[in-house]
Design a protein around this ligand. Structure first.
Ligand code: NAD
Length: 261
């Protein structure tokens, strides 16, 4: 399947799952607008590497997904630089863990702004262009935590449940516009976001990272192995295919059996 001629914007694609999705979409032929933070030199190397490896056009926009005006400006800049915006992957996300009574209010606001409102403002900015073309794909990266809860993750779980809900609303609103909207709900994927949680646990328990890796997997997933960013990327490519053109409004688990329990 070829996505040649399509333009994809992947938020939070300078690392982890977003980068895996950007790579997979580029390998399928889509031009890519990367987004996310990081070292300027490393981001440029990533951008140029994707262009060279896949023969597609790749840009980078440093918009802060916690800032609605920057999201709108990034969508406009994507249309201007790449000529279109056909595929939007709302992936940028952060985590913070604490019990509700100890959860800092500013962390709540930050997670809701990036993980929840950022998805709304991304869709709001991108939908008119997709409607005008009569074709579009919106893929929201939710989580197993969009379907079930864990303690100490109140803001994250609230945001991800919200992402699953707004995915359904958008899917219904766009059902006959040629635009599908789905949510991917990964279980554990080994990325810098999870590596930090493993490191924090290892420090807290005075244990090794390997021990904590096995423990976090065994706590939640019947299948005690991590999914990879490449596997999430392959699912995103499938959602952009004709085979998936009637799949919409679906929360798609890729989680080693986490929510089957
Ligand atoms: P990561 O920390 O490796 O990458 C996060 C990306 O988002 C980076 O590119 C970072 O620069 C970017 N980012 C962070 N804040 C931003 C902001 N304000 N504006 C723009 N970009 C910003 O994380 P990851 O594990 O790849 O997570 C990506 C998504 O997948 C998140 O939405 C996360 O909730 C979700 N997810 C991750 C897992 C997992 O196990 N890793 C599981 C389920 C869902």
């Amino acid at each position: 399947m070829s996505l040649r001629g399509k333009v994809a914007l992947v938020t939070g694609s300078t690392s982890g799952i977003g980068l895996g999705i950007a790579r997979s979409l580029a390998a399928a032929g889509a031009d890519i607008m990367l987004n996310g933070f990081g070292d300027t030199g490393q981001i440029e190397a990533m951008r140029a590497g994707l262009e060279k490896d896949h023969g597609v056009k790749v840009g980078h926009d440093g918009a802060d997904i916690g800032k609605p005006d920057q999201i709108a400006a990034m969508v406009a800049a994507t249309h201007q630089a790449m000529g279109s915006l056909d595929i939007l992957v709302n992936n940028a996300g952060i985590q913070f863990t604490a019990n509700i009574e100890d959860f800092p209010s500013e962390r709540w606001d930050q997670i809701i702004a990036i993980n929840l409102s950022g998805v709304f403002f991304g869709m709001k900015a991108a939908i008119p262009g997709m409607q005008a073309k009569g074709w579009g794909r919106i893929i929201n990266i939710a989580s197993a935590h969009g379907l079930v809860a864990s303690p100490q993750k109140v803001a994250y779980v609230a945001a991800k449940h919200g992402v699953v809900g707004m995915t359904k609303v958008a899917a219904i609103e766009l059902a006959n516009a040629g635009v599908t909207v789905n949510a991917i709900c990964p279980g554990w994927v080994l990325t810098p976001l999870v590596e930090k949680q493993l490191h924090d646990r290892a420090t807290r328990h005075g244990s090794a990272i390997d021990t904590e890796s096995h423990a976090v997997l065994a706590e939640k997933q019947p299948m005690t192995r991590f999914s990879t960013p490449e596997q999430i990327g392959a699912l995103a490519v499938f959602l952009c295919s004709d085979a998936a053109s009637t799949m919409t409004g679906a929360p798609l688990s890729i989680d080693g059996g986490w929510v089957a329990q």
